[in-house]
Each structure stands twice: as C-alpha cells, then as structure tokens.
Design a protein around this ligand. Structure first.
Ligand SMILES: C[S@@+](CC[C@H](N)C(=O)[O-])C[C@H]1O[C@@H](n2cnc3c(N)ncnc32)[C@H](O)[C@@H]1O
Length: 259
C-alpha cells in the first residue's frame, strides 16, 4: 500500500531542534499520539502517502512504513535477554548463512535470533529451534508469526542437551546458560565443517566453553569475538557520540564441526 491505512503499523521519525527520536505504533484514526516535539492525531495520518512529512508544534515527523528491524526493536515483546541486531548480523555472517540452509538453534527465548536466522535462510531453508520452557516457546512462536516467517521455522519444546532429531544441518546457534552441555549431543546433527556459533554474556562462560571443548572434542575453535556498537548524535552542527550506549551484550565463539 502506498498510503497509510487504518490499523497499519507506522514508524515516526521525529526531529526537534536538538534531538531525534523514533516511535512505532498502530495507526488509529481516533487516537492521538504524543511525541517530544508535539502531538498529532491518527486522522492526520490515515490516507497520507508513506514517506510524508508532518509539521509538529516543535519539530517535524516523517511518517514511514516500519520494517522488520523497527518492529523488533520497538514492538515485539521480549521476556528474555535477546540477541541484538549488531550481534545477529555478525552471527549470521560468521556462519556463512545463505537461503536454503537448514540450521539448528537453542534456546529460542523470545525468538529474536530465530527471526534473524530465518530471514537469512528463507526461502527454501529451515530453522529448527529448541526451547525448554513452554511459555518461551509460545512467545517465540508468536514473535516469529508476527515477523511473517512461521513457514520456515519449527519451534520444538525440548532440552537441546539431549540432542536434536534433525540431521545434516548446515549450522547451529546456541544462546543458553550452559552451551558446553549441548555440544556433544548436537554433533551428530551437523555436517562436518558446519559452524556452531555460541553466544554467552560472560567471559566465565567462554572460559568454561573453551576448557570443556578439550574433553568434548569434535570441534575446532575458529574465533572468539565481541562487538561494540557506538551510536552517534546525527547533528551536523554538533556531531558526537550519543551519551548513552549498550555497553555490553555478549561474546561470540565460533566453532566448526569436525569429521
Ligand atoms: C537468553 S534466552 C535466548 C534468547 C534468544 N536468543 C533471543 O534472541 O530471543 C535463553 C533461552 O534458552 C532456554 N534454554 C536454556 N537451557 C536450554 C536447553 N537446555 N535447551 C533448550 N532451551 C534452553 C531458556 O529457557 C531461554 O528461553
């Protein structure tokens, strides 16, 4: 659709004199929306072309159609620590993901990494994700549906430390407290050379993982990384890093399955 419709999700980028902020909401003609630069009514939005500029009391709003990134960052509910786009993008790259690949994941959590993985391997591929908690399995399923990717994602309630049913998988992704407990059990599911990307919030877990690998065997360590994203205030007259940032998310360890 080229015009904003009743009930559509909208992304508003609001620019004031000294700041800029994004808002994502469903457009309702009878609602009104408050931003730091002034308010606007839903009736001002319904029917205008996407990409329109609307004047506010103390600034302007650009009315845009939100993409998957906008919906994930602003709308989809989360009840676990989720994998942020900066890490998800690198995780997918380090695993060499391509459409058509079949991959394993655990735990599904809020389904955020599941969605990024599905966005890479679909169409034609598949994400099999295991989650021990039924409430998290349901949340992940509902977020994957909201992203429109349910066709290529299978969410299973189960403990990945008991292994996975699938075979000949192209890659695996572990974001769970004790990933070293899953590495032996998932090995028969992976093609030799398949990347296994492990995400752990603490350095203690990385040490435990590297130590455990000595006795588990079956994998080569490819790399351990950490990614830091620093956002900047996009104001040409005062270009500088933003005062607040997400200082830490987690460590990314890339392993490769051996023959
Ligand atoms: C940090 S969350 C994962 C978040 C997810 N990567 C995301 O981006 O939304 C960790 C999840 O792993 C699940 N989990 C923990 N141990 C597990 C296991 N042995 N098998 C399957 N899931 C497990 C937890 O219930 C939790 O939902």
């Amino acid at each position: 659709m080229s015009a904003v419709g009743e009930g559509d999700w909208a992304l508003l980028i609001v620019e004031g004199r000294e700041r800029r902020k994004s808002y994502v909401f469903r457009v309702r003609s009878k609602a009104s929306y408050t931003t730091f630069a002034g308010s606007l009514r839903g009736s001002q939005l319904v029917g205008i072309p996407w990409g329109s500029r609307v004047e506010l009391g103390k600034g302007v709003a650009y009315v845009l159609k939100p993409n998957l990134y906008d919906l994930m960052m602003h709308v989809l509910p989360r009840r676990s620590q989720v994998i942020y786009p900066k890490d998800a993008g690198y995780i997918a790259s380090a695993a060499g993901l391509l459409p058509g690949m079949r991959v394993l994941e655990a735990g599904a959590g809020s389904g955020f990494l599941t969605i990024w993985l599905a966005a890479h391997v679909c169409p034609g591929g598949a994400v099999y994700t295991y989650e021990v908690r039924s409430d998290m399995r349901e949340l992940a399923a509902s977020n994957v549906r909201a992203a429109g990717l349910e066709g290529c994602v299978t969410i299973k309630e189960g403990d990945i430390r008991k292994g996975a049913e699938e075979r000949e998988l192209d890659a695996a992704f572990l974001d769970m407290p004790d990933p070293w407990e899953a590495l032996g059990p998932i090995r028969p599911s992976l093609k030799p050379s398949a990347p296994v990307v492990v995400f752990t919030p603490t350095v203690n877990q990385v040490i435990k993982l590297l130590d455990a690998l000595k006795s588990i065997g079956g994998y080569a360590v490819q790399e351990v990384s950490e990614l830091i994203k620093r956002e900047w205030e996009a104001r040409p007259e005062a270009l500088r890093p933003a005062v607040r940032m997400i200082g830490h998310t987690g460590f990314i360890t890339v392993l490769r399955a051996l023959a």
